[in-house]
Ligand binder design. Structure first.
Ligand code: FE2
Ligand code: FE2
Length: 238
């Protein structure tokens, strides 16, 4: 079974590829599993589709969507995508409102309620719903380099998410990237979190979206070459 993945950030508020639009939100396209996955969908459908187009990703290429949590900057692009391609299964936390779930089926697509840690495809897992001030699921890829953990906003705290993954998957974590939700945190707190990452054996990091400038700078300083600069258009082959 293939354990190589190609990750492309298609929506982020951090710039990377100047040909693409930068906007608040997050979305990442994943090739390599038996089906192509879009993790989160950004805020605006028009920007999602235009960035995908700029990156040569067709709406028809998406087979599975995984939504991390019920915030517009992660769910906002879904209906525009389903309009172009309804042949998609959406994996969402089971607490999503029924109005949202009904809108998916009304567009001709289907959804799967996620509760606890579960396999989505071979070598692709959801962390299940992790509780916090806002409940959220994250995505785990079991790659040939180790686990790749992708987070939407990390509202239940990035440390708790990593603890869950270590506990459930019991494998080395190669890369953690996405929103770490560390804006407004004191430098001391961020350094403490970075120490936790290192102690947990996380080899590479790519804080983006809601991670905040300070956290990005500190992670970059402490991770050096193993810091992955993430912005809209970043491609990560694994
Ligand atoms: Fe959020
Ligand atoms: Fe967010």
């Amino acid at each position: 079974m293939n354990k190589n993945f190609n990750l492309t950030v298609v929506y982020d508020n951090n710039p990377f590829d100047p040909a693409l639009q930068t906007d608040w939100g997050f979305s990442c396209f994943i090739r390599g599993a038996e089906k192509n996955i879009l993790f989160d969908t950004g805020t605006k459908g028009s920007i999602l589709l235009s960035n995908m187009n700029g990156l040569d990703i067709k709406p028809q290429d998406v087979e599975i969507v995984v939504l991390s949590h019920f915030h517009k900057d992660h769910t906002g692009g879904l209906s525009a995508l389903l309009k172009e391609n309804p042949h998609i299964t959406v994996y969402l936390p089971d607490f999503f409102p029924s109005t949202f779930k009904n809108s998916i089926t009304k567009q001709g697509a289907s959804y799967v309620n996620v509760k606890s840690y579960q396999k989505i495809l071979a070598n692709v897992y959801s962390t299940g719903i992790i509780s916090g001030w806002i409940n959220e699921q994250s995505l785990v890829l079991d790659s040939h380099e180790g686990l790749v953990l992708i987070t939407g906003c990390a509202h239940p705290r990035i440390v708790n998410i990593i603890e869950t993954v270590k506990d459930k998957a019991k494998k080395e974590i190669y890369l953690v990237f996405g929103g770490f939700h560390l804006s407004g945190f004191e430098d001391q707190e961020i350094k403490e979190i970075i120490r936790f990452f290192k102690k947990s054996g996380v080899k590479k990091v790519g804080p983006s979206h809601c991670s905040g400038k300070e956290a990005r700078e500190l992670f970059s300083k402490f991770y050096g070459e193993d810091y992955v600069p993430i912005g809209v258009g970043t491609k990560i082959p694994i």
